[in-house]
Design a protein around this ligand. Structure first.
Ligand code: IPD
Ligand code: CA
Ligand code: CA
Length: 273
């Protein structure tokens, strides 16, 4: 048994405290399912809506309560881990220690205005290295999970790596305002594609990239918006960069592009500096 534990440690499968990463990944899948059930059960309540930075940056009591629900389960099961959560001022640098990144409801405006097309997201890092990510498209009923040592799947079905296709046969996902403002030439670039889709949830947009249904996604987003997709995307041949082509800081809101690695050089040429 001791030799098996030693071998697991050397292979990076077992962590400090004796936790297997595989068990943590299973815990995370369980946790996201429970969080989704929690949100579904409370969706018909009257929502308490607050404005954060501006009138269209909203949060509800359900966003906050869902995050609290996830935080308490993580703290009970992994008391030494840290949490970076969107709500309730829960900040921790992903580069330090074992860190869970949570977005309890991604697409809160969709949640409030349409009752559909929103996601719950979880990502997990060790010393800045993404180990796995999960995106649950709640009303679509799709759970995307994997990355790192785990295969990327949708509802258990493996997703394929990026398949090269002509740009004029592919769609681009984008933030509506950045597209309308032609931010760094985004609208000019979009003319090379079949069209643009503005879905209102970074997580759902990036899950469509992972599925091969969107060529890429450009938006102004924060670590909890992009962490899960970025970990899964790395495994499938996608890269997440700022729109000017630099690595992200994993701290602030930044204008990003999530695109196939093989197309980065080509996209950089058309995005204005
Ligand atoms: C927002 C959504 C939206 C994106 C915003 C995000 P939230 O997340 O993903 O699509 O355009 O920038 O902040 O606030 O609903 O979790
Ligand atoms: Ca979000
Ligand atoms: Ca959110």
């Amino acid at each position: 048994v001791i030799r098996a534990i030693e071998l697991s440690r050397q292979l990076g499968l077992m962590q400090e405290g004796g936790f297997l990463l595989k068990d943590k990944f299973e815990f995370a899948q369980d946790l996201i399912r429970q969080a989704v059930t929690y949100v579904r059960n409370r969706m018909t309540e009257d929502l308490q809506i607050e404005e954060k930075t501006r009138f269209d940056d909203l949060v509800t009591n359900i966003d906050k309560d869902t995050q609290d629900f996830m935080v308490s389960r993580i703290q009970t099961n992994y008391p030494d881990d840290y949490i970076l959560g969107e709500e309730n001022d829960l900040y921790h640098d992903v580069k330090e220690g074992h860190v869970w990144v949570l977005d309890p409801i991604d697409g809160t405006v969709n949640f409030i205005a349409q009752g559909r097309d929103f996601a719950v997201m979880i990502a997990y890092y060790e010393e800045g290295l993404g180990k796995f990510g999960l995106i649950y498209d709640v009303t679509g009923g799709n759970l995307y999970s994997g990355g790192g040592q785990f295969e990327v799947t949708c509802n258990g079905k493996p997703l394929s790596s990026y398949q090269n296709r002509p740009l004029f046969r592919q769609l681009l996902g984008a933030n509506g305002r950045m597209y309308a403002d032609n931010y760094l030439g985004l609208a000019d670039f979009a003319q090379e594609l079949l069209g643009v889709r503005v879905l209102g949830s970074a997580g759902i947009s990036m899950s469509r990239v992972l599925e091969g249904q969107l060529f890429g996604y450009c938006s102004s987003i924060s670590p909890w918006d992009y962490a899960a997709a970025s970990i899964m995307g790395e495994k499938l041949g996608y890269e997440l960069l700022t729109m000017t082509g630099e690595p992200l800081d994993y701290k602030s809101r930044q204008a990003v592009m999530f695109i196939p690695k093989a197309e980065v050089a080509r996209v950089k040429k058309v995005i204005h500096k």
